[in-house]
Design a protein around this ligand. Sequence first.
Ligand code: MN3
Length: 206
Amino acid sequence: MDQNRLYALPALPYDYRELAPSISEEQLRIHHTKHHQGYVNGANALYEKLDKSRKEGSDLDQKAVAKELSFHIGGFILHALYWENLAPSGRGGGGAPDGELAKQIERDFGSFERFKKEFSAAANSVEGSGWGALSYCRKTGRLLVMQIEKHNVNVFPAFPVLMAVDVWEHAYYIDYKNDRAKYLENIWDIVNWKTVGSRFENAKKA
Ligand code: MN3
């Protein structure tokens, strides 16, 4: 199997200890090495299954394959976005956006505070497992909050994800038990606005 045609777990852009106290070392390490790795493995196993069946000329349940691929690829991609849009508090993480993104947030939400309130409410109320995400509609030039269930439900097709926040229990349970709201309160201390801002600028250019 050509490894270049498979997914690989990306390294984190910081040390496992560096997102504390918002996210502890143990929480981050398990999340990255077990859960994110799980989606890498899941998606790769499906690619291998597809390749094998094509080679053999055998049939797969295509409905099941498409559904599972959407789940595992969604998980793989969203985790990669999530790690990149976080940074250690005070060293790239926290504070407020600036530049174009700050202006756009003002324009669409009225204020940064209002944006945070809407985003947190959406993320906090995801049914079961999922994500809060900030996205952008190129047609209308509007920022939108996506409330993703699992890794792939309620996604606006082809809208870029500018910021992803994992609200699966596996993202916060070690540190916060069932208190998702508290985790979301502390996530703002480690949002990497530089990354979110440059994703926004790229989305507008694309
Ligand atoms: Mn996760």
